[in-house]
Structure formats: structure tokens, C-alpha cells
Write a protein that binds this ligand. Structure first.
Ligand code: ATP
Ligand code: ZN
Length: 571
């Protein structure tokens, strides 16, 4: 039994997540966690909302709420939609919780002790009327490049150029609108990443569990040269800046910058989980405290790769403490909305809460796994969604389950029938099943999710092929014994079809396994002798057809959803 620590990129707190966020981080991590649990491994799947930073403060003020109250509410919403999609986090924490604050302050102390953090005098915009320094997004003004009048201090939304707040013409405070601003000197803490470049490169060279996409992003950053970077900001919302347990002098109105504390949230959330479960979190994270046998797997979209292969490692490796670093990393390309961008700020695309209003979580899970933006970007369209769901779930899997269970009910009194003998059709099924089970397991293990889904679908299709060969329907009148062995084998194989579907569509798989009265202890990944697996159900066991498993998506649905969410015209 292996110990596997899994984290998915932390969803940011400023609103409900869209299907792209789900497909590129939380869902694949969940599918992988579920697969590994089925293999009998000890899995810890940790996630948390990433709550600090200016976008959270600004979203709160737009909502007219106190930032903590806003984050409380948004965390709840994300927690609930995670449940709606059956995301099986062992713990869904928050970076605003005390454990993350404590660990952030710890890392800052240790890094400073190692000479990797320095105080640097920066020149920043101070708002006299607001009596505070304004971090970049709190200053707006006219873009010096294109003349756009509401350019932000970090970037112009009109021409896309990156800006410094001092570049803006006629700057004003986003807090009060005041133009009574001046440039003042103020001290910030900088993480001296330049001093870490060689160590990170050596560490990246040695990494074997990263795909080429992740390696190339890490090397691009390293080749372009790391820069020393501020890890503090002039905000109230965030982890207070401390030194050796006391507030740091001159930093009373500053907090740590979100990019520094967010990944520490993985550790903080694990510590929260442990406190609630009477467990030892360091046995998952510290190689000197039992974590040397842990395999740590991270999931994220491609824009987060550099943070996980360079920035966060700078913190971890810089501490020279025996923390676990990532072993396997899975990065995704973009799920697009009709070829364009899903966007939280522009509310473009389908968001997790709304998605659940129109279709159950399993439908989305299947679609987004079978079409994961893995080797390249992948475009969501309503038409594609309809065709995938109707074919794979309704026609291939749903139809098999309904046909076999209904026939069994009408002809064999809804119990696993006796009679007949194992023959060449069953030999054929057993041999094919072995090959496909192995391929499916290998692809789940390799985190090749499209291929894993294709193999699961292949197993479902195999069931239908077996029915075509065994023909229990036609045999029933002339050869009832032959029909009995066909139905009995088809019922046994149905259990296999559902067991392997559990990582991707856990709710539907459970419905099928419950209908077959498979005990919880027998739902692990199928291993061993194929004939034994295909004859496992006791004769006489009662098996009832479930209610309709999958509902087909109709043209009317597509029309209604396009009307409600938009579609092709927004691409
Ligand atoms: N369209 C997408 N396809 C795949 N993954 C995505 C997509 N958009 C974001 N992600 C990933 O989702 C995870 C969580 O993202 P986060 O909550 O930070 O939102 P984000 O990246 O700011 O997205 P947006 O800007 O669209 O709100 C990250 O790992 C990110 O890379
Ligand atoms: Zn501009």
C-alpha cells in the first residue's frame, strides 16, 4: 500500500469557479484520488480556497461586504459546489485560517535566517486622503500607451500592457477616488530568488515525474533568470508580517503577498485536516517525520506551473528543512468556451453552480474527463457535450444496464439466474476484459485521463459486444440455459463496468453497484482471475433495475442552454 498526497491548485475566492477551473485542477485530482483509493492505497486529497490578495478585497468591496464575511460566504459556495460535483477532498481548507498564517510566518523567519529575505526600500504611491499606501490594483489612471482612462496600476485592460502604478497619468485612488497622491518610500520584504536559481535548477533537473509541458515552463523561467520579488504588500487582509513571533517593526500595515502564502496553504490545510482528525500532518509533509514514503502529486492549469516548479520550491528548498516536494505534476492546457476564454471577470462560460442546475455532476465529470484539455486546448460546445453524453452515457452504458436488468426481471424474476455453462463467448469476454482492465489502470496511473476514459468506455462497449455474441434475448425460447449463462455473465460484467467507472462517474456507478447489491468491500479495482470475477455474483441474488440512469440531452435543451448561457456567438 502506497501513501499518496494529492493537491489541486487552490481555487481563488473571488466568485464561483467555471468549468475550466474544474477541468484543469480539481476534477482530475479527484479522479486520480478515487482511482488510487480503489487500488487500496492511503490517499490524502487536500484543497483549499485561496483567499488573500487585492482581487478578494476588491470583489468584497464591490459586493459591499467586509472581506472576511465575503470570503466566508464564497468559501461556503465553493464547498457546496464541490460536493455537487462529488469532489472527494479529504479536506477543503482556507488559506485565511490560522495554520497557514503560522506556517507562512515560519517560512519567512527561516528564509530570513538563511539570508534569503531582505528589507528593500520601495517607492510607492501613498494616498493622503486614505492615509495608506496603495498597492498596484488600488491605483487607476490613464494608460501612458493607449490613453485608456481606467487602466489599473498593474496592467491596462485596454492595450494589455503591464504597468507600474507610477506610469499612470492622472492617477487616482480606487479606494476613495482621491487624486491627492504622492510617491513615498516604504520598506518591503523581498525573497532573493536569484540566490536560489542554481538550487532550483538542480532540483528540476532531477525531477522525473513532470510532463514535458511542466519541464519546459520551469526551464523557460529559469533561463530567463529569476528575479528577487516582494513578498509583502500594503494591505490589511492577509497574513500579518511577523519576525520571530512578534509584529515586525515598520510592517504593522503590511501583510504577506498572496503568491507567497497561497501554496503554503497546502501545508496549512493539511494541518487543519490533521487537527480535526486526530492525525499527524507532518507525517505527510516532513521527510524526517514519516513522509519519505509519500508520493506527492500536484494538479493545475498551465498558468500555475511556474509557481509550483519555481516559486513555491524557492520557499521550500530555501528553508533547508526536510519538507516534501512535488514528485508528480500534472498540468493542463485550457478548456475553452467555443474556442474563446472562459472568464470569471466577464462571467463568460458555464459556472459550477449553474452547471449543476441543468445536469447532474456525473454528466459534467464524464464530459470533462473524456475531453480533458490534456495534450492541447479542448473546446467546450453544447453540441459536443450533447453528443458525448448521449452516446457514451445514455447509449453505451445506460442502455446496457437497462436492457440487461429489465430482461432479467421479466424472464428470471430479478434474481441472478442459475443454469447453463461457461462457454466460448465467456472465454472471449474474459480475455478481452483482462486486456482492457490493464490498459485502463495503466492510463489512470499515468494520469492520461482522456485515454483512461476511452478505456472505460471500451469496457462498456465490450459489454454490448458480449450481448451481441451471447444473444440471451433470442436464445431464451430455444435454449433457456444458454440465455441464463448469458444474463448471469452480463450481470457480473455490469459490476466490472460500474467499478471501473467509479473514479469518473461515482454517483451513477454507485447506483449500478447498489442495484447489483455489491457490498462496499467488493468495489475495489478489479484484480485477479477473470473467470472468478465474471462468476462472482451469487445465484439467486436479487438485482433490481434502477430508475433511468441517464437522461438524453435533447435539441430543446441545447436551445434553452444556448439562450441562457450563450454559445457560438461568444467564441
Ligand atoms: N480554462 C481553463 N482550463 C483549464 N484550467 C484552467 C482554466 N482556467 C483556469 N484554470 C486553472 O484552474 C485553477 C484554479 O484557477 P483560479 O481559481 O486561480 O482561477 P483563474 O486561473 O484566475 O481563472 P479565471 O481567470 O478564468 O478566473 C488553476 O490551476 C488554473 O490554472
Ligand atoms: Zn493601455
Amino acid at each position: 500500500m502506497a501513501r499518496i498526497l494529492i493537491t489541486s491548485a487552490l481555487p481563488y475566492i473571488n466568485g464561483v469557479k467555471h468549468l475550466g477551473n474544474l477541468a484543469g485542477s480539481m476534477l482530475p485530482a479527484d479522479v486520480y484520488a478515487r482511482f488510487q483509493r480503489l487500488g487500496g492505497h492511503e490517499v490524502l486529497y487536500i484543497c483549499a480556497t485561496d483567499e488573500h490578495g487585492t482581487p478578494a478585497e476588491l470583489a468584497a468591496s464591490e459586493a459591499g461586504m467586509d472581506v472576511r464575511a465575503y470570503c466566508d460566504e464564497q468559501h461556503e459556495i465553493q464547498q457546496r459546489s464541490g460536493e455537487g460535483f462529488s469532489l472527494s477532498y479529504d479536506y477543503f481548507g482556507r488559506t485565511s485560517n490560522p495554520e497557514t498564517a503560522r506556517l507562512t510566518q515560519h517560512f519567512a523567519d527561516v528564509l530570513e535566517d538563511k539570508g534569503l529575505i531582505e528589507e528593500v526600500l520601495e517607492h510607492q504611491i501613498f494616498s493622503i486622503d486614505d492615509d495608506r499606501f496603495l498597492p498596484d490594483r488600488y491605483v487607476e489612471g490613464t494608460c501612458p500607451h493607449c490613453g485608456f482612462e481606467r487602466a489599473r496600476g498593474d496592467q491596462c485592460d485596454s492595450c494589455g500592457r503591464l504597468l507600474e502604478p507610477t506610469d499612470l497619468i492622472e492617477p487616482y485612488s480606487k479606494v476613495s477616488g482621491s487624486k491627492n497622491l504622492e510617491v513615498r518610500g516604504t520598506k518591503h520584504l523581498h525573497l532573493m530568488q536569484t540566490k536560489m536559481a542554481d538550487r532550483i535548477r538542480t532540483w528540476a533537473d532531477a525531477a522525473s515525474g513532470w510532463p514535458s509541458l511542466a519541464k519546459s515552463i520551469a526551464y523557460k523561467w529559469l533561463d530567463e533568470g529569476l528575479r528577487d520579488r516582494a513578498i509583502t504588500r500594503d494591505l490589511k487582509w492577509g497574513v500579518p508580517v511577523a519576525r520571530n513571533g512578534a509584529p515586525r517593526e515598520g510592517f504593522e500595515n503590511k501583510v504577506f503577498y498572496v503568491w507567497f502564502d497561497a501554496p503554503i496553504g497546502y501545508l496549512g490545510a493539511t494541518a487543519e485536516w490533521a487537527a480535526l482528525n486526530n492525525a499527524d500532518w507532518e507525517s505527510w509533509w516532513r521527510t524526517d517525520k514519516g513522509a519519505d514514503d509519500v508520493t506527492y502529486v500536484q494538479f493545475m492549469g498551465k498558468d500555475n506551473v511556474a509557481f509550483h516548479t519555481v516559486s513555491f520550491p524557492a520557499t521550500i528548498l530555501g528553508s533547508e528543512e526536510p519538507w516534501k516536494t512535488v514528485d508528480k505534476l500534472k498540468a493542463f492546457n485550457w478548456l475553452t468556451w467555443y474556442g474563446g476564454k472562459f472568464s470569471t471577470s466577464e462571467q463568460r462560460g458555464v459556472f459550477m453552480d449553474k452547471a449543476l442546475e441543468i445536469m447532474p455532476g456525473d454528466y459534467w465529470r464524464w464530459y470533462l474527463t473524456a475531453n480533458a484539455p490534456e495534450g492541447s486546448d479542448s473546446a467546450f460546445t453544447w453540441e459536443h457535450f450533447q453528443s458525448v453524453i448521449n452516446k457514451d452515457l445514455a447509449d453505451v452504458l445506460g442502455n446496457y444496464v437497462n436492457r440487461v436488468l429489465r430482461f432479467n426481471k421479466s424472464r428470471f424474476e430479478a434474481v441472478v439466474p442459475a443454469g447453463g455453462t461457461w462457454g466460448e463467448n465467456e472465454d472471449w469476454l474474459a480475455a478481452e476484459m483482462n486486456v482492457r482492465l490493464e490498459a485502463a489502470a495503466a492510463n489512470f496511473e499515468a494520469m492520461e485521463f482522456r485515454k483512461a476514459a476511452a478505456e472505460v468506455r471500451g469496457l462498456w462497449a465490450l459489454g454490448n459486444e458480449y450481448l451481441t455474441r451471447a444473444e440471451p434475448w433470442t436464445k431464451f425460447k430455444t435454449d433457456p440455459e444458454g440465455a441464463a449463462v448469458g444474463v448471469r455473465t452480463a450481470l457480473n460484467f455490469m459490476a466490472i463496468m460500474a467499478i471501473v467507472a467509479q473514479p469518473i462517474i461515482p454517483v451513477s456507478a454507485r447506483t449500478i453497484l447498489d442495484a447489483l447489491s455489491i457490498p462496499d468491500g467488493n468495489r475495489n479495482w478489479p484484480k485477479g482471475d477473470a473467470k472468478a470475477m465474471l462468476t462472482a455474483l451469487p445465484v439467486g441474488l436479487s438485482v433490481e433495475p434502477p430508475e433511468v440512469l441517464f437522461k438524453k440531452i435533447e435539441e430543446d435543451d441545447i436551445a434553452a442552454w444556448t439562450e441562457r448561457f450563450g454559445g457560438a456567438e461568444q467564441g
